[in-house]
Design a protein. Structure first.
Length: 119
């Protein structure tokens, strides 16, 4: 199910971008391995913030922004660099596919570790 949620939007984005000009790599682009780890953490915080039971959307957004800030600190980057790197990778389908393959592997490994801890 997670795979469908990730690959459908990714496929649409890649199809659209395939028809546009590619960007040159930003000066401080985040490497593919780190980008995979960041995306795995971002997907986890998206899931976590969607499960929060705040009544107001603003409260959920504030919680998400704080969790996202922590991810950026963890990887010693900021949202500007992350967004520039993401924009670059989205315009390079081969790179983005490698990144998301690794992201899915990271998430799957996390899930397997969590299952082992439950036993």
């Amino acid at each position: 199910m997670l795979t469908k949620k990730i690959f459908l939007p990714l496929g649409i984005i890649l199809a659209i971008i395939a028809c546009t000009n590619t960007l040159t790599a930003p000066d401080n682009v985040i490497d593919e391995q780190t980008m995979s780890k960041i995306l795995a953490d971002i997907h986890l915080i998206e899931a976590k913030s969607s499960r929060l039971s705040f009544q107001a959307y603003d409260s959920t957004k504030v919680a998400y922004n704080e969790l996202e800030r922590r991810v950026m600190v963890k990887y010693k980057t900021d949202t500007t660099r992350y967004k520039a790197s993401y924009k670059f990778y989205v315009t390079n389908p081969e790179s983005m596919i490698r990144i998301y393959d690794e992201t899915l592997k990271i998430l799957k490994d996390m899930e397997e570790k969590r299952k082992k801890l439950r036993k």
